[in-house]
Write a protein that binds this ligand. Structure first.
Ligand SMILES: [Zn+2]
Length: 327
């Protein structure tokens, strides 16, 4: 039986002992002063080898529930109570997280729209390429944590891209998270569809937003990770654990309703509310209180995300309306 886990990193194999916690770095070249840039990666090798699961956060730098959960999972995980390998990247887009920005500050690119990335491309393209190859080389499953960013809040759900080589595995992974809703839609260039295309089942989840990292929402991410690890036989079920793994979530599909003009914004709908086509969801009004645009539901659906920032520019997201896939 193998006594080490061989991780492939920076083009080399590195042997890590059983029952160990290791802080490694994906090297990303030098800064102007010659100092090294790198993405920090935690690798927890269990007491015996088995499933390799990665948990990632901070692909978008203005979403904090994921980095908070992943960092705490690093701190809380005892390798002697783990079977398999847990790979943790709390901040995929380190510079964006430091600046609390959705897009990468260095090149202004949305990292989650540029996978699989490009060797020799801009910073974000090189970062996407390095992260994707690292995860595809070393993982069996990837769970990637997102939120609705600074200006919005979103109902918890697991997202996966259908019709790709890793999609069936991703659907199981989404069920294991315990989220009640499964959003099946491909977002071109996102990390989980790029992984599923490479036959690595990957799911991104959405929890929280508003630039917060509320304890209950960080806990929801930690619970999702724990449910996945239990379902993959990586950890023992804690005493009294009643989490139903493999329950069937509701499949939904949706899109954001965007602002047709600039203005102040107020929502008149509630999260998870069932609304009919034509229902008033909110309004944009000008500085003199005149209603400039009524935001109405284009179809029946569930209110799944709401802009919480009181101002909007033309084209910005206001309300996310979901439809059940079978409806
Ligand atoms: Zn995100």
């Amino acid at each position: 039986m193998d006594k080490v886990f061989s991780v492939i990193i920076n083009g080399k194999k590195q042997d890590l002992g059983l029952g160990s916690k290791n802080q490694l770095q994906i090297e990303m070249g030098a800064r102007i002063d010659g100092s090294k840039q790198a993405v920090p990666v935690g690798v927890i090798v269990g007491k015996e080898l088995g499933t390799r699961l990665a948990l990632t956060g901070g692909v978008h730098g203005d979403e904090f529930e994921g980095p908070a959960a992943v960092s705490r999972i690093w701190r809380n995980t005892d390798p002697k109570k783990l079977k398999g390998v847990l790979i943790l990247i709390p901040a995929v887009n380190l510079y964006a997280l430091q600046e609390a920005q959705r897009d990468t500050p260095v090149d202004g690119i949305n990292l989650n729209r540029c996978f699989p990335g490009k060797k020799g491309g801009s910073w974000s393209q090189r970062l996407a390429d390095a992260i994707l190859n690292f995860l595809a080389d070393n993982c069996d499953f990837v769970l990637d944590f997102h939120s609705a960013g600074m200006d919005l809040t979103i109902a918890p759900c697991a997202m996966l891209a259908p019709g790709l080589p890793g999609s069936d595995g991703a659907r199981k992974l989404a069920m294991y998270t315990g989220h009640q809703y499964m959003w099946e839609q491909e977002f071109p260039g996102d990390i989980s569809s790029a992984l599923s295309r490479r036959s690595v089942p990957a799911v991104s989840t959405e929890v929280g937003g508003e630039g917060r990292a509320r304890e209950e929402e960080v806990a929801l991410n930690m619970t999702a990770a724990q449910r996945v690890m239990i379902a993959l036989n990586m950890v023992e079920k804690p005493k009294g654990y009643t989490g139903a793994c493999g329950c069937s979530p509701v499949a939904v599909q949706g899109s954001w309703i965007t602002a047709g003009c600039d203005g102040l914004f107020r929502s008149t709908c509630r999260m998870k509310e069932d609304v009919k086509a034509g229902s008033l969801l909110g309004e944009i009004y000008d500085l003199w209180g005149n209603v400039a645009e009524e935001i109405r539901a284009p179809h029946d659906g569930i209110v799944f995300g709401i802009r919480t920032l009181g101002v909007a520019r033309t084209g910005q997201w206001l309300v996310l309306l979901m439809q059940r896939k079978d409806s």
